[in-house]
Design a protein around this ligand. Structure first.
Ligand SMILES: [Zn+2]
Length: 344
């Protein structure tokens, strides 16, 4: 990136009300068949346009073409039966009815590649595309075939690598893997979680990112956060190994969270997408608040490696709130750019 402090979002943006019920997470589609395909693409264009108007530097599809950040990917794979459902605890936190792995998993055809090509046609700006990470994928399923979380994660890593290579060929500049599970299963993260993630990015020439957060602002997550105490040190567990990994960028929740920012010292040298926008509240950050978070992060992240971002996806927020938050992100980044250029 040539520009200093390039802004981006961590992931999803709200969908238009004609495509899916607003302010609802994992909202079902309102359209069907051909109209749905067209509707998703129109929504992608709108979402891109809104990011551009807000001055976002690294743009995305706003996840307009997917219903769920993990399930939509898994729906396209062989070996998973969506009719056979089991209730499991997601990230040790909340019960959810999930599909069952009934046989060897494989990718029948590209999942997001056509959508990524479509986004690529719409803009010359750098584009980022999000995929679920292997550990978060296995945590969203009941496995009745491999009967080993690690084995299934390695299989998913291979599949993700196929998809990632095609996304790269489609012109995606940054491929991001969402791994909120990294904040929960510390032993597994270090035993094989980061290794499977590195398998997923094997051979890629584009940049790669991992997004680790404390989740959307849904009740199960905010309740969980209340149990974490005043200092959230979860990142401390995975950071040393992530620092040594081949992942280029680490995307984190920083604003309004209780993450002690000095933990960022543990990943010194990596590029960091610093979450400076809280997605769990409708309150709009002021540009000065955003700048303040970035200023604090700059103590531990070199300026040329700091990417201002949102804490997580904004799909469940009202559109006007999400847009105002994007504007605040851009304005806050601009304050710090000016400060940095004055100090040189
Ligand atoms: Zn997130």
């Amino acid at each position: 990136m040539k520009i200093l402090l390039p802004t981006s979002t961590a992931g999803s943006l709200p969908k238009p009300s004609w495509l899916a019920q607003p302010e609802t997470l994992w909202s079902p589609w309102k359209l069907q068949d051909k109209a749905l395909i067209e509707g998703k693409r129109d929504a992608l264009r709108v979402s891109l346009h809104e990011q551009q108007l807000s001055g976002i530097d690294i743009v995305s599809d706003g996840e307009q073409t997917r219903q769920h950040f993990v399930t939509t990917f898994i729906e396209h794979l062989n070996g998973v039966d969506f009719e056979q459902r089991k209730t499991v605890k997601i990230r040790d936190r909340y019960d959810a009815s999930v599909p069952t792995v009934v046989g060897a998993v494989s990718r029948q055809k590209p999942v997001f590649v056509e959508d990524a090509k479509f986004l690529r046609q719409q803009t010359k700006q750098p584009i980022k595309w999000a995929l679920p990470g292997p550990m978060t994928m296995i945590d969203t399923l009941f496995d009745n075939h491999y009967k080993s979380r690690e084995k299934l994660a390695w299989e998913f890593a291979k599949i993700l690598n196929q998809e990632a290579k095609e996304l790269e060929a489609a012109g995606v500049d940054i491929i991001q893997f969402d791994e909120p599970a990294f904040n929960v299963f510390f032993d597994e993260v270090n035993d094989w979680g980061i290794a499977t993630l590195e398998r997923a990015i094997e051979g890629l020439k584009c940049e790669t990112a991992v997004h680790i957060c404390y989740g959307y602002g849904i009740k199960a997550n905010t309740d969980w956060k209340k149990t974490l105490g005043t200092e959230w040190r979860q990142y401390e567990q995975a950071f040393p190994k992530l620092q040594k990994s081949s992942i280029d960028i680490i995307s984190l929740e920083c604003h309004n969270s209780h993450v002690p920012l000095d933990l960022l010292e543990l990943i010194r040298g990596k590029k960091v997408m610093v979450g400076a926008i809280d997605v769990a509240t409708n309150t709009i950050e002021t540009p000065e608040e955003v700048a303040d978070t970035l200023r604090k992060a700059l103590k531990f992240v070199d300026a040329d490696k700091l990417y201002p971002s949102t804490n997580c996806g904004m799909a469940p927020l009202p559109r006007s709130v999400a847009t105002a938050k994007l504007n605040a992100l851009s304005a806050g980044a601009e304050i710090i750019r000016k400060e940095l250029s004055n100090s040189y």
